[in-house]
Design a protein around this ligand. Structure first.
Ligand SMILES: [Zn+2]
Length: 147
């Protein structure tokens, strides 16, 4: 249910584990074992005694969801935007321009200088205008200093 939020938080550079295949028990077990904060819209899940750290996402609006997380986690700056794979959460590694030549559209190759590669799923990422706009949006959603 929170797949979009997971992608946005990964874009912001945060370590976000997401799958809609986990059962409630698995979600609780994994978040406790890996000391993760459980994000959910499901109050029945969050009131269970075994849940240690959670944020209740009380909105369907993506921007409000991001704001809820930033405020609850006291996040005042973006960690390292565009550093994680949006699909599998792995840390991206630098890839040389030569090595991605055959793998990205010609327009992208000719306009971008820096590329990153996901070591797990082999997807290639570059900054691009869309992603820069997303980072600016994320920055606007950060809690204001002194709030
Ligand atoms: Zn990946």
């Amino acid at each position: 249910m929170l797949g979009r939020l997971a992608k946005w938080l990964r874009l912001a550079g945060f370590d976000v584990l997401y799958s809609n295949r986990f059962s409630d028990d698995e979600l609780i077990e994994i978040s406790n074992r890996e000391r993760r904060v459980l994000l959910s819209r499901d109050t029945r899940l969050l009131i269970r005694k075994s849940v240690r750290a959670f944020i209740f996402i009380d909105s369907e609006d993506i921007q409000k969801q991001i704001r809820i997380v930033f405020e609850a986690m006291h996040i005042s700056s973006l960690g390292s935007p565009l550093s994680r794979c949006l699909s599998c959460n792995e840390m991206l590694v630098e890839a040389s321009r030569d090595s991605v030549r055959e793998l990205v559209p010609e327009f992208v190759y000719s306009t971008q200088l820096r590329f990153k590669l996901c070591p797990a799923c082999r997807k290639i990422f570059w900054a691009g205008t869309h992603r820069s706009a997303v980072v600016r949006t994320l920055q606007r959603l950060l809690p204001q200093q002194g709030d």
